[in-house]
Design a protein around this ligand. Structure first.
Ligand code: SDX
Length: 429
């Protein structure tokens, strides 16, 4: 094993084992550095820190590569549907026809919600953000389905737990939308596939004939695949951290939903549309928008641009941009927001500020326009991201659950508070 030597001034203080992963990635193994030297490392936001070993997703931010269990995202989006990719992330291999059919059966079997859960929806105010309902209902599943015993018959238990979560979250998402528009819930139906079921639960109406548009169904499968996993991102790290305390899967996923909600993370797809609408409605030119995004005194940011890891075009954004044009063409529609987005992208990609900082469109830049074309409201966009990311969160939770190295997550800190001082009694203060 290679070793790195740590010097302070000219004094060698420590030898650090050097690890190499399957993609020739090099890391310094500092697991014992505090025990051996009393020192810790400092890396706010963990941008340079490997928190675990994982076999689920590989991405190369410099080359714009994304692979789920070794399969390139471009192939999965073209050749598979979302249920196959969910199975792949969780089981490590694509399902054969028999396994795919069994998974679909389990998803249908577990698609209904306990009738008492329906009362919860009714009590939320109509202005509630759907992500708060999704997070609350997600963790409430542990009250109605407490048995998650991954020890006995792990494979069967895992399939039951996972398909229950995948299926019920989809129902919760659709029921949330129906509640917020004041409509009756539409139950899932055996006759539909995973994505068609979701669209039917969202948009079925008793007063007009509704069948899910096949263009929408195909696009939704691709969009959910694009969102299905992304290595140790903010929300997945939250899920693994919660899992490391041995909290149950529903609690960990609910934490992932809350982490995803933020506009710097999954909330960006909603923020992109709001940004494009602001540009359109306020009559801001693209040139002015780019100028505002570069102005440090202006809080305006080019939402959907930039990424912690991708320092080139996010491969998912490339696929989403192509899908966006295809869906609008198939629907015989145009969208002024898409025109603004394309002009914004072209302008930014030729601007020194964005080039210097390696700021490119990320997964959120175009996906919102496709969700809009399906009739999904802006405040539901991050819910759609969560539905897509769910199998990734589950896969990472289970990977942690089976990893002998995993300890409870507990980072250290650099203390910047006051040195010790003593209490003066209240009457003397
Ligand atoms: C997702 O991690 C994942 O994998 C996440 C995700 C997933 O699938 O899980 O890919 C999903 O979260 C995608 C990202 C969605 N968020 C947004 O689109 C929000 C807008 N983007 C920014 O908030 C930002 O780019 C982040 C948060 C995404 C990344 O921030 P970093 O890597 O911490 O970059 P930074 O804040 O250090 O910025 C570096 C420079 C700064 O300028 P300087 O101080 O060097 O002068 O770039 C600037 C920033 O001000 N900058 C931007 C910008 N993003 C960064 N300037 C204008 N517009 C932007 N969008």
């Amino acid at each position: 094993m290679k070793k790195a030597k740590l010097y302070i001034d000219d004094q060698e203080v420590y030898e650090i084992p050097v690890l190499e992963d399957n993609m020739k990635g090099i890391s310094l193994d500092i697991r014992n550095i505090r025990k051996d030297t009393g020192m810790i490392t400092y890396d706010p936001g963990f941008g340079n820190t490997g928190s675990c070993q994982s076999a689920i997703t590989y991405l190369d931010g410099e080359k714009g590569i994304l692979q789920y269990r070794g399969y390139p995202i471009e192939e999965l989006v073209e050749e598979c549907d979302f249920v196959e990719v969910a199975y792949l992330l969780i089981h490590g291999a694509l399902p054969d026809a028999k396994e795919r059919y069994k998974y679909q059966e389990l998803l249908n079997q577990h698609s209904m919600l306990h009738v008492d859960m329906l009362d919860f929806f009714r009590k939320y105010p109509d202005h509630t953000h759907p992500m708060s309902i999704l997070a609350a209902m997600g963790v409430s599943l542990s009250a109605f389905y407490p048995e998650i015993n991954l020890e006995e018959d792990p494979e069967a238990q895992m399939d039951l737990t996972v398909t229950r979560l995948l299926s019920k979250m989809r129902t919760i998402a659709a029921f949330t939308y129906r509640k917020l528009i004041g409509a009756e819930f539409v139950n899932p139906s055996y006759q539909y596939s995973y994505c068609a079921n979701f669209l039917n639960m969202m948009f079925h109406s008793p007063v007009r004939e509704y069948t899910p548009n096949p263009v929408h169904v195909r696009a939704l499968n691709k969009l959910l695949i694009l969102h299905a996993d992304h290595e140790q991102n903010c929300s997945t790290t939250a899920v693994r951290l919660i899992g490391s305390s041995e909290a149950n899967l529903y609690a960990a996923v609910s934490a992932g939903i809350c982490a995803l909600w933020g506009p710097r993370h999954g909330g960006a797809n909603q923020a992109v549309i709001e940004m494009l609408e602001q540009i359109r409605d306020d009559g801001i030119t693209v040139d002015e928008a780019v100028k505002k995004a570069k102005d440090k005194d202006d809080p305006f940011r080019l939402m959907g641009f930039g990424h912690r890891v991708y320092k080139t075009y996010d491969p998912r954004a490339r696929i989403a941009r192509k899908l966006c044009a295809e869906v609008l063409e198939d629907l015989g529609e145009s969208d002024q927001l898409l025109e603004i987005a394309i002009e914004l992208e072209q302008h930014a990609l030729n601007d020194e500020y964005f080039i210097e900082r390696n700021l490119y469109p990320n997964v959120d830049f175009y996906t919102g326009i496709i969700f809009r074309a399906m009739g999904i409201p802006t405040n539901m966009f991050t819910v759609m991201f969560a539905l897509g990311r769910l199998p990734g969160w589950i896969a990472h939770y289970l990977e942690w659950n089976h990893d002998p190295y995993e300890k409870i997550g507990r980072p250290r800190q650099l203390y910047t508070g006051p040195t010790v001082r003593h209490v003066i009694p209240l009457e003397e203060r």
